[in-house]
Unconditional design. Sequence first.
Length: 248
Amino acid sequence: MTHPSGYLTSRLLSGIPGLTHAFSVRALGDMRADAARRKFYRMCMDAGDICYTAGQPHGTAVAVFSGNGIPGQSDLDRVDGMVADRSQRASHGIFLGIRTADCVPILSYASAGIIGAAHAGWRGTLGNIAGKLISRMNDLGAPAGDIRVVIGPHIRRCCYHIPKDRSDAFRDAGYGDAVSHAGDGKHCLSLETVIMRQLNEEGVAAEAIERYPGCTACDRGFYSFRRDGHEKFGEQLNIIGMRAGESE
Ligand SMILES: [Zn+2]
């Protein structure tokens, strides 16, 4: 991942005509603030493009933007994932945005111009939001073998201490390799380990997945809910979109 203009991009999703994506960083501001968000949009999007954001209730529902239309805000408020095909892009580009401050942003793309974005905290990861995102892309006509996925900046095993009951829940679900002991009776979780397996089980090969190596809680270049606390945390915004009128 590189920093062309202050935000991060992935090698795997670069150089694709019409496709734009970006992971914001702390230096670009708290994306809950309108001014910071507008500035980030101006950096990444054309005038007239629209970025849709999900309510992210820590579930596993995925909204679909297709020939049936654009989901309403009340529908988007109930989802943690979104997928879109090209059918809505005659007049403006459609962008999908995911807010994070330690949770995992997942961005995805298939060559038919199908895009996806999901938010995966521990609940959504345990519920397999990543697998559901891929499945909805399959429904829109993207075979798993054609899907590329980027797992963006999030809190990693080094800093993600969890209570024992949560560790047990992941172990019971068959993800024992994702949890470990940190000493002091502490349990640690690698969300990425779980998500990688879920993506592989949907048929996405490891070579088609790029992973940001850093940790939001270790690296002060990111906002982190765990590190900064309730009072001081901010949010990153992670977006993917196809510009209007681009040919494939
Ligand atoms: Zn860390």
